[in-house]
Write a protein that binds this ligand. Sequence first.
Ligand code: GLU
Length: 559
Amino acid sequence: MVVNGDNVEEMILPIALRNAIKYNGKANPKAVLGIFLSENPEYRSKVKEIMPIVEKVVEEVNNLSLDEIKKKLEELGEDTKKKEKKERDLELPNVKDKVVMRFAPNPSGPLHIGHARAAVLNDYFVKKYNGKLILRLEDTDPKRVLPEAYDMIKEDLEWLGVKVDETIIQSDRMEIYYEYGKKLIEMGKAYVCDCNPEEFRELRNKGISCKCRDRAIEDNLELWEKMLNGELENVAVRLKTDIKHKNPSIRDFPIFRVEKTPHPRTGDKYCVYPLMNFSVPVDDYLLGMTHVLRGKDHIVNTEKQAYIYKYFGWEMPTFIHYGILKIEDIVLSTSSMYKGIKEGLYTGWDDVRLGTLRALKRRGIKPEAIYEMMKRIGIKQADVKFSWENLYAINKEFIDKDARRFFFVWNPKKLVIEGADRRVLKLRMHPDRPEFGERELIFDGEVYVVGDELKEGKMYRLMELFNIVVERVDDIALAKYHSDDFKIARKNKAKIIHWIPVKDSVKVKVLMPDGEVKDGFAEKDFAKVEVDDIIQFERFGFVRIDKKDDEIVCCYAHR
Ligand code: GLU
């Protein structure tokens, strides 16, 4: 079948073959659909048309022997090549000797999904070229340092699978920055400026230098010492660039400033701090960086930093500026997260409403899924919108095969069913993994169902059980047994609903990423789960078990 001009069947076949190889010759249509949509998100709106094709292809594939499946996949050499090409696209230019790269976050909070791109891609390239990865904690703004963040960042990277070879903390390197700052003053390339910042900006915008620019080197050095001794406030050291540069922000930008706020690591030992556009190039050079990966939003910074390289006669690393990754529908700003936590709006850095890696971990998002997602996003120049759906589809590939299935009803309503005998139902913990064993649901007349789901006079099918007709919906609903045959349910367009025996239920709370809390019940065998397990509540979604006491608390991952 042809959709959007593509032969969808041909696109699905290799996915189904690969899935079948992974699962002992039996591809799973849902998994195949998930992979197909994650690779071809433009088809997301066409699921209804795609699903029957997936089912058809999967059926054909599952009728083949494992050897035939492998042979067929080999015959489709073209697709494996496509994968190789994708990997080939992820290459660094100018690789000569040893590659040295760095991931340079500010320790103002733990890492969030936005940081993951730089962290993963640096790690990926360093591993690919057998190079070295430096974690550089950029803490030269004492006001924006959260003491716990140093350790949290290390933990987050470890979880993500990023291997750090060396850790550098900028606040340990103040003397180095001073040394190079002084050199620039001595070279006549930098000056101490005590102009009022507003006045400076006004002049600068007109392309006129301020009175400080022509100060004698000796006078600058004297002022510099005074700055370091804490004798001056409201002064900055500026780099002489081009006072008529077409971008006014580049004209004599500041490289040091006075800041009297005590630093969480060094206290009040220092009161002059380098600005990013100074400390970053000095470190990148001294630490031997060969490649710097950063977003396009840093292009002007790269241009500013190029002056430092030029004045010192240093060779610049290769800069790769990738497109902006727009991440929506989640809280990412470190300052608003911090504020929210302090005010009690969020329970902590791992509150499920936040976009931190620890919040995603808590929801059951696997680090492997984030890593894979960031590799796919890659280092393209074009801006991209982060697709949560894609991340979820990738995550599902990692968790689906191990997630046991359970019934769950939320906003529970009690339903009494007349006219049916007690029944004992045995269901698999996982449809494709008999080795996971079975669970038992006992029907004995009273069940919980999802509130608001029932309408008087309508027929419903209780999942895996029988058909009922609802007679009354009050605080407690009443229904009559109708029939067992599934065909009757289908003919009457009866909705299939989940149910939990009232007698054997387990209290459950599910924390949703939008802040909603869903209270309900799960079947008795759900009590066997352990904290950290990821399971699927059928028809509801995947959750990670977060806490187990008199009720079980879960965090919602995705459908
Ligand atoms: N600490 C800076 C940041 O996180 C460094 C970026 C860079 O130099 O590439 O934005």
